[in-house]
Structures are given as structure tokens and as C-alpha cells.
Design a protein around this ligand. Structure first.
Ligand code: NDP
Length: 247
């Protein structure tokens, strides 16, 4: 690919799942890619090796999204090391499904909101000074933000629905600088967080129009579109990549 040649991307949660697929896809399209992770050092380094094998520069940074200092430090370090920053993909997130409202502890509410909501905001805040005309912010939401199809999901739905306001607010404010801000809502995607052979997989599959789980590559395709030149007039948008879950 050549479309992202010379650009630098930062992908949060790039060691596994959707984030790893996005990091590899952006490298395939020509970008140098920094990725964050929380604990999976070996997996993160494997992703970096694959990026290197494509002839691009990769860098893995251990940074807990719940830690504001780590977030700001990561952005500063990436901008310094690569000399620029063009694309932010807010992907790192924690699941919070299956617990009735009464069972959700205060600490869990704080943790989920810190990782799924506050971190994307802090990352965006930190990258803004580095983004030039043509800059891109893409965040990974969830189909649950658009259709809460089952119970025991209010905390997760709260965290993902907040990203709509985040995306629209950022799009409005950064538009005059030529920076676009968009949101991707994946449906059930086969990852460690939501295995396609898990206990609730058939249940989730049943809510989709296509009757199947999606793949990480299918989400990466959507992100690649939004960060590319083809999507230059798309901002503040929510793109469902959910097999029709929210239909
Ligand atoms: P996985 O659990 O498979 O992977 C999560 C990734 O995020 C890992 O790289 C992990 O790092 C990283 N991560 C998690 N917490 C933190 C943290 N506090 N700080 C830094 N990195 C962190 O998740 P998915 O790939 O399935 O999900 C990715 C995103 O997509 C999430 O925002 C999720 O909510 C969303 N999503 C997923 C769906 C699905 O069905 N899979 C559906 C809809 C949305 P490490 O390996 O070090 O732990």
C-alpha cells in the first residue's frame, strides 16, 4: 500500500485483537505505527516484528490507559521518536458485560470509564498539538452504543455511548484544523474479549442480520478507510461494522 506513506499512527491496545489487526493494516497501508498495551509485552513485540517485516517502523509502549501520566507520556514519546503524529486510533477498551446492575462495584465503574472514556479523551487532548491538516482520530465504540439488545450491559453501554458525544464534539472543534474524528461500532468480533466459540456467542450471533461473528480484519478495513484519503469529507460519523446488529 502507499496511501499512508510517511504518516505516523498511534494505536492503543495494539497487542491483540482488533487493535493488533488495525496496527498491522495501517502499516500495510504505509504508516509507521506505535502501539500501546497493558501487559502483553511478547504479543506487542510480535506485532512490532510484523510491522518491521513490512519495512515500516513499529514501536510498542507499555501504558495503562487508566493512567493519565502514562497516556500523556506515551503521546510525547511517540511524537518525539517519530518526529510527527498523524493518526490516533483509540482502541484499547475493557468489556463489562454479564453483571446485574446491583453487582457492579464502584471501582469497576471507575475503571471502565477511565479506560473506555477518559483515556480516548486524554489521548485526543494530547495528540491535538501534533496533528496537522489531514490528521485523523478514530475511536472504537461498540454496536451496544446503538442498540442495547440485552441486559447486564448498562455500564459497558454507558461507556461506549459516551464516545458519540466525544466524537461529535471533537469533530466540531477540530474540523477547522482539517482534522477528522470518527467512531467505528464493531458488532461481535472474534477476539479474546469475545470469543466466537464462547458461552454467549450463539446468543450474540442471533442479533446480527448476517448471522455470524465479524473478524478483526473486517474492523481494520473500516478503520483503514476512515484514516485514509478517501474519507477526507467524513467527520463526526459513526460507522457500524456489526453485521447488522443494530438494525
Ligand atoms: P481484546 O481484549 O482482545 O484486546 C484488548 C487490547 O487492549 C489488548 O491489546 C490490551 O492489551 C489492550 N488494553 C486493554 N486494557 C488496556 C489498558 N488499560 N491500557 C492499555 N491497553 C489496554 O479486545 P478486543 O480487540 O476485542 O476489543 C478492542 C476494542 O473493541 C475495545 O474497545 C472493545 O470494547 C471494542 N469492541 C470489541 C468487540 C468484540 O466483540 N470483540 C465488539 C465491540 C467493541 P494487553 O494485551 O496488554 O492486555
Amino acid at each position: 500500500g502507499t496511501t499512508l506513506d510517511g504518516k505516523v499512527a498511534l494505536v492503543t491496545g495494539g497487542s491483540r485483537g482488533i487493535g493488533a489487526a488495525v496496527a498491522l493494516r495501517l502499516a500495510e497501508d504505509g504508516a509507521d505505527v506505535a502501539l500501546t498495551y497493558q501487559g502483553s509485552t511478547e504479543l506487542a513485540e510480535e506485532v512490532v516484528s510484523k510491522i518491521t517485516a513490512m519495512g515500516r517502523t513499529g514501536w510498542a509502549v507499555r501504558a495503562d490507559s487508566a493512567d493519565p501520566k502514562a497516556v500523556r507520556g506515551t503521546v510525547a514519546a511517540v511524537a518525539e521518536r517519530f518526529g510527527r503524529l498523524d493518526i490516533l486510533v483509540n482502541n484499547a477498551g475493557v468489556g463489562a458485560l454479564g453483571q446485574p446492575i446491583e453487582a457492579v462495584a464502584l471501582e469497576q465503574i471507575d475503571r471502565v470509564l477511565a479506560v473506555n472514556v477518559r483515556a480516548p479523551y486524554l489521548y485526543a487532548q494530547a495528540v491535538v498539538e501534533h496533528l496537522a491538516e489531514g490528521g485523523r482520530i478514530v475511536t472504537i465504540g461498540s454496536c451496544i452504543a446503538q442498540r442495547v439488545a440485552f441486559g447486564k450491559s448498562a455500564l459497558y453501554a454507558t461507556s461506549k455511548a459516551a464516545l458519540t458525544g466525544f466524537t461529535k464534539g471533537m469533530a466540531r472543534e477540530l474540523g477547522p484544523r482539517g482534522v477528522t474524528v470518527n467512531l467505528v461500532h464493531p458488532g461481535p468480533i472474534d477476539t479474546d474479549m469475545n470469543p466466537g466459540d464462547g458461552d454467549s456467542a450463539d446468543f450474540q450471533r442471533g442479533f446480527t442480520a448476517l448471522g455470524r461473528y465479524g473478524t478483526v480484519a473486517e474492523v481494520a478495513d473500516a478503520v483503514a478507510y476512515l484514516v485514509g484519503e478517501s474519507a477526507r469529507y467524513v467527520t463526526g460519523a459513526e460507522l457500524a461494522v456489526d453485521g447488522g446488529f443494530a438494525v
